[in-house]
Structure formats: structure tokens, C-alpha cells
Design a protein around this ligand. Structure first.
Ligand SMILES: [Mn+2]
Length: 366
């Protein structure tokens, strides 16, 4: 199926950088005539703030870009508020999309506050997500006339696809399929329909290679931007140079992590846990859960300059509690933050509280 030939001409070279926002010093510009106000109030910019750590976030940004144009700002959960505080004062901002970035007890009030400032400036705001959300937050957002697209049963990209299908090309359904696979949501009503369009094995390898490239390039924002542009431009992962080679390197690293987890993992009555020293916690956590034989796995890595641990938590199919909710409350009570899905979530925990976090979690998941 040749889907994307017409787009080839518009493809920009990989070097194109999406405007990274300069500090907001510009506005104070002194020498402008007093009449300037009328022209600066012209709002034209479209921005999508999306999650940079996985295929769902990157793909959401890609589909928003295909449907509406504009620039993407890619962030992790802790970086979300900083990005929002930056765009809120952008006088050119017309339309803002926020994708795949869940809120927690710690962030939700500030989030609503920023939304109300944006709405006072008549910025159109669309929040698209599938993480567990406090219902009072949805009520507040709707009161502010923020458009909320939220379904905990479909990944964000599938929801973006579903909402803006008429502005997207055929290939967008493949981008959404890969995102659903990565988020373990290809068995949901919309996700499964999309997967049926494509050969399962083809979709699985594409999603997996994409994921390894995203995870392995977290410290290269330009590369992540490039991926957004290529996906928006209807490229298959195998058509993006070197993605499969890069995936092989990641797979080799993962096999080394397996060996280390086998040696270093510890267990409590209800969970397996391990401190990770030389890789990401989220790359190791599934092995910690699987190899421990427990229904919950915890992997944590110290962020030395921040005095905190970045914690990843996973639950097996047998895990009956909602880990995201438990971790949200527990991490907040220990002076950190966290949250996420029922079987996959994360937290930031102050360094000296990590033991307490694990023993408390072990108690609460019986
Ligand atoms: Mn997601």
C-alpha cells in the first residue's frame, strides 16, 4: 500500500530544528511604538506539548502536527509544568494541545491555574490523555472551556486519531496502531480495530523499533523532534534511516540488564525491587517484576544532583490494585509526586524516603 508519496516533496531535511523557546526576555523590548499592541495581539501559533518518553507521546505530537501544523514541545512528566509556564506568556499562541501527560495531586492545581490564564487570553486549549485523572479536575477544565478528550481505555494517539480523522491521511492509522501497541492498549475497542487494518507482526516490529529509538534518544531532543516530523510525514519506522540498527544496540543493552537484574533483585512479600545504577529504571522494571515472580516490580534510580529517586512501578495481569492511584498518594505523602496507570506508573521520591516508599507500597498492595 503506497500511502504517502504525495507528501515526499514537502519533507524538510533532518536538520530543521523546531524553534526552541528562548527565555521570555523579548517582551520587554523597549523601542516599540505604543501602537504596537494591536499587531502583537495577532495570535497565530499552534503548539503541542507532548510526552517525550514513549511512542504514544511522540505519535500524538506527530498526528497533531499533521492535522494542525505548528511546533511540538516534548517533555517528561516533571518537565510538563515548566513547558506550560513558558507557553502561557507566548503572545503569539493561538492554539495549544497537551497530549499524553497525566496530572497528579501535586501538579493539578497549578495546571488548572495555567489553563485559566491561557483561556483569559482566548487561547484555545485541548487536553488529550488517558491517565487516571481526578474528576474534579475535568470539571474545572470544562468550566474553563478547555476541550478535554479523555478516555482511560484508549491510548492518547488513538484518541487524537479518532478526534481528527478528517484532517489526517490513511497512514495516521498506522502511527496510532503502533502507539496503542506500545501502551498495551491494542486490545481496546478503537485500538483493536486499527490493528486489524495491518499485519500484526509488521505492526509489532514497527512499534518496537520505534520505542527503542525513542527510549535510546531521550537526551537528544533534536532527534525526537525529527521522529515527530517523520511520523507526521507518514514515514514507516523502517524508512527512517538506521532505526533498526539502533534497535539492535538497545536490545543488546537490555539483555545485559536482564543479567544484572537476576543478580541484584530483592523481594518482599508482595513485590520485587531493585536499585538501578547504570541504565534507566523504566527499562529494567519489567524484568524486575518478571524475574522476581511477584505481581509488582519496582525499579528506582537515583538522580544524584536532584536528591531524589526516579521510580518505575509495574504490575502483572494478576495485580488487582490500581498502582497509579496508590503511588500518587504514597509518593505525595512522602514529599514526592507520582501517578499513572493501574499497572504501569512512576514516581519521584526524596532520596531518604525510598525505603519507606517500598515498604509502604509492599503493605498497600496485598
Ligand atoms: Mn500514553
Amino acid at each position: 500500500m503506497v500511502l504517502s508519496k504525495t507528501k515526499t516533496l514537502t519533507k524538510k531535511p533532518a536538520t530543521k530544528k523546531v524553534a526552541i523557546k528562548k527565555p521570555a526576555t523579548k517582551k520587554v523590548a523597549i523601542k516599540k511604538p505604543a501602537t504596537k499592541k494591536v499587531t502583537t495581539s495577532q495570535r497565530t501559533k499552534v503548539i503541542c506539548i507532548s510526552h517525550k518518553e514513549d511512542c504514544d507521546g511522540i505519535s500524538s505530537a506527530a498526528l497533531v502536527r499533521q492535522a494542525f501544523g505548528g511546533d511540538s514541545i516534548l517533555v517528561d512528566y516533571p518537565g510538563q509544568m515548566e513547558a506550560l509556564n513558558q507557553v502561557v506568556s507566548d503572545e503569539k499562541l493561538k492554539s495549544l494541545f497537551i497530549c499524553d501527560l497525566g496530572l497528579s495531586k501535586k501538579t493539578q492545581d497549578e495546571f488548572i491555574d495555567i489553563m485559566s490564564r491561557l483561556r483569559k487570553n482566548k487561547v484555545s486549549v485541548t487536553y488529550i490523555d488517558h491517565h487516571d485523572i481526578d474528576p474534579t479536575v475535568v470539571t474545572s477544565l470544562e468550566k474553563l472551556k478547555v476541550k478535554v478528550i479523555h478516555d482511560i481505555n484508549e491510548c492518547t494517539t488513538v484518541q487524537v486519531y479518532n478526534a481528527y480523522k478528517s484532517k489526517l491521511n490513511d497512514h495516521a492509522s498506522f502511527v496510532a496502531t503502533c502507539a496503542a501497541i506500545t501502551d498495551y492498549m491494542e486490545d481496546r475497542p478503537l485500538g483493536s480495530k486499527l490493528l486489524q487494518i495491518y499485519d500484526r507482526q509488521f505492526a509489532l516490529i514497527s512499534a518496537t523499533v520505534m520505542t527503542y529509538n525513542i527510549v535510546g534518544h531521550q537526551r537528544e531532543p533534536d532527534y525526537l523532534q525529527y521522529l515527530v516530523e517523520e511520523l507526521a510525514d507518514s514515514k514507516f519506522p523502517h524508512d527512517i534511516p538506521n532505526t533498526f540498527e539502533f534497535a539492535q544496540i538497545q536490545v543488546e543493552k537490555l539483555s545485559q540488564i536482564i543479567a544484572k537484574v537476576k543478580v541484584g533483585m530483592k523481594t518482599m512479600s508482595n513485590l520485587g525491587h531493585m536499585e538501578i545504577l547504570d541504565s534507566g529504571a523504566s527499562g529494567a522494571v519489567n524484568f524486575v517484576m518478571g524475574l522476581s515472580g511477584k505481581d509488582v516490580g519496582v525499579a528506582y534510580k537515583e538522580r544524584i544532583d536532584h536528591g531524589i529517586y526516579a521510580v518505575s512501578v509495574r504490575g502483572s495481569k494478576n495485580c488487582k490494585v490500581h498502582l497509579g492511584r496508590i503511588v500518587n498518594l504514597l509518593a505525595t505523602s512522602l514529599g514526592g509526586s507520582g501517578g499513572g496507570h493501574d499497572k504501569a506508573c512512576g514516581a519521584v521520591v526524596p532520596k531518604q524516603k525510598i525505603k519507606k516508599f517500598i515498604t509502604e507500597l509492599n503493605k498497600q498492595i496485598k
